[in-house]
Design a protein around this ligand. Sequence first.
Ligand SMILES: NC(=O)c1ccc[n+]([C@@H]2O[C@H](COP(=O)([O-])OP(=O)(O)OC[C@H]3O[C@@H](n4cnc5c(N)ncnc54)[C@H](O)[C@@H]3O)[C@@H](O)[C@H]2O)c1
Length: 320
Amino acid sequence: MSILITGGSGLIGASLTQMIVELGEHPTIFDIAPISPALRKIGSKFEYVQGSLDHLPELLNTIKTKAVDTIFHLGGMLSIPSEKRPWASFQSNVVGTFNVLEAARLEKVKQVIYSSTIATYGKDIQSNVIDDLTLQRPTTMYGATKVFGELLGCVYARKFGIDFRAVRFPSVVGPGGKTAHMSIYHSWAIEEPLKGNPYEIYVDPETRIPAIYFKDAVRALWLLSRAKREEIKTMVYNIAGLTPPYSAKELVETVRSRIPDARLTFNPDPTMMELVKEIGTLRFNEERSQSEWGWKTSYSLPEMVDDFIKEFNQNRSIYL
Ligand SMILES: NC(=O)c1ccc[n+]([C@@H]2O[C@H](COP(=O)([O-])OP(=O)(O)OC[C@H]3O[C@@H](n4cnc5c(N)ncnc54)[C@H](O)[C@@H]3O)[C@@H](O)[C@H]2O)c1
């Protein structure tokens, strides 16, 4: 296989790169940012191309020279940066996804796996249980760009035969995440105490934004990619994450039971509460991921916090 991972320097991309290297592959990462410190663990067992998703020739050149047959498209801007810089978000998330699919078509790439988000849901939802048929009417720039990516992928599958598959992740929790997004408190409420820092949580203690551990998230991307094509009917799948979603208060209690001197406080920010209001009440049904490609979340809240602490402590020089 010749694998390209866009956004390979990001939280999910670096972890996916590591997992794919451990499986014996030699992937190429394509990212506007320099190589992530998290990739130091795997030395030179991957290729790195610094490039921007909004430059089609850079993507075409990379795909051609590396003879890429599979793309994991994870590059792009997250929720808060997209709200702050909607014009830049349009370039990376909309133009960037169009360019990835167009380059895939021109270079005859077999498969494109796309990382979407539960932030594609928003207004006019009739029930608080979301399944793969629920209306997607996001009110944020981020959500709108990600719905576009999902739909464009389906168009390229129908019109040009690209094997496009996607997951909608809940909040992905893991060490070393640098990009602030609307649910980053899940990660930073564990990571800041490990660094010896205080951390103020910007949502109220009862907020329950669905979340998943990053090791489960990369496993989902890989499983989805490896499923037999005839099993893939829905193409874009919800991932529910830890079920039922834990509250911010339960997260703090779990962290404190492992790090008793953790200095965690709550100071709900009205702007952030407004952003997370819709997502925090929704519950996700992932029946189709389970039945079509055998998905199952493995980490519980205590297991996730324990593994996060272990991962951080084993690689302190990388994460500090
Ligand atoms: N982190 C989450 O909670 C979460 C949840 C749902 C979906 N996702 C999706 O998963 C993907 C990866 O998320 P992440 O958490 O690893 O984010 P991240 O911010 O850590 O990584 C994204 C990477 O994309 C790169 N990038 C951004 N714009 C680019 C451009 N124009 N050209 C090339 N590279 C560019 C960044 O440099 C970064 O390394 C994103 O597409 C995101 O929408 C993330």
